[in-house]
Design a protein around this ligand. Structure first.
Ligand SMILES: [Zn+2]
Length: 316
């Protein structure tokens, strides 16, 4: 099984629809003109949050303003791109979100609204949040220690002392649904997860490793199962703070489980019937949130997963 199920909605956070127009990032005259154009739209990002509002038809939208209404902080202005209608988008990084008089707007993070916004707006928000996370953690030059300055409309940090240019980093992580020869799925519970919460295994790619090797190593380390064939499925930006989740289906060639006890507290093989029954009895909590993990499980399960209410918790 490869490829995402195209009959369901796009994977959250993987949204497209905006031309990033990277060739404009270092053109200060173009950026200034774009900023002051009346159709340009700006939103504030602060600590991974933005302001959103609910629309009368039940949707959720970013609160965006024309640039002339936006606070004047050119130094922390990120150019995000241009939509098919020619609207230019910027995010402004601020220490706090602006107050609003109307009580309609509310602060929200990507985990909460990444799956509610339109694909275009979700894509803008992911881009802005990822840049903000990187900017916040790379204020000093990793080569000489001097304080760096923002450049390229938020996409470079430059060191005035040694001239180094630092680019936003993305940390690859693998996330995999492991199945065995009986087509059962291996799901694990992380040590800090509540009873009944199971999901796919995942882990960071180490230096010098291929993605396929990272999948096999992580599964071996976490649950002691040996993996043979590894098939790429899809990727998902995961800026918490800077990951790119690379989703795989992995074929186990052994079935005995030995959990490491450090990352994974419990792991089990589930047939589809067993998982369906475990959802129904409440023994296993349906996956929640916007992670590709839920999609990988759903693709194997072959039908929509039950939805879980309650408060979302941080996912892996
Ligand atoms: Zn430097």
């Amino acid at each position: 099984m490869t490829g995402l199920d195209t009959t369901s909605k796009p994977l959250a956070l993987t949204c497209e629809g905006v031309d990033r127009a990277a060739h404009h990032r270092q053109d200060e005259a173009w950026l200034a003109a774009a900023w002051s154009h009346p159709t340009t739209r700006v939103f504030v990002v602060s600590g991974g949050q933005v302001l959103v509002e609910d629309t009368p038809d039940g949707g959720t939208e970013l609160v965006m303003t024309p640039a002339f209404e936006a606070p004047e902080t050119e130094q922390h202005r990120y150019f995000l791109g241009i939509d098919p209608e020619g609207v230019r988008y910027f995010a402004l990084q601020k220490d706090t979100l602006p107050g609003r008089m109307d009580d309609i707007a509310r602060p929200a993070g990507l985990r909460e609204v990444g799956g509610l916004l339109s694909p275009l707006q979700a894509g803008l928000m992911v881009h802005a949040v990822a840049l903000e996370n990187w900017q916040r953690m790379h204020r000093f030059c990793s080569r000489c220690g001097e304080r760096t300055v923002i450049a390229a409309a938020g996409h470079i940090r430059r060191c005035p002392a040694c001239g180094a240019e630092h680019y936003p980093r993305t940390d690859p992580a693998v996330i995999m649904l492991v199945t065995d020869e009986k087509d059962r799925a291996l799901l694990g519970r992380q040590v800090h997860w509540p009873e009944g919460r199971f999901s796919t295994l995942a882990g960071f790619v180490e230096p010098g490793e291929s993605l396929e090797h990272a999948v096999r190593r992580e599964v071996q380390e976490e649950v002691g199962v040996t993996v043979g064939d590894v098939q790429y499925v899809a990727s998902q930006p995961w800026p918490f703070p800077s990951s790119l989740m690379l989703g795989f289906n992995a074929q186990a060639v052994s079935s005995d489980i030995v959990v490491d006890g450090e990352e994974i507290h419990e792991a089990r093989w589930f047939s589809r019937d067993e998982l369906r029954a475990a959802f129904a009895s409440g023994e296993v909590l349906p996956p929640f949130g916007i992670s590709i993990a839920a999609r990988l499980i759903e693709m194997w399960f072959g039908e929509p997963l039950p939805r879980q209410g309650g408060t979302p918790r941080p996912a892996a």
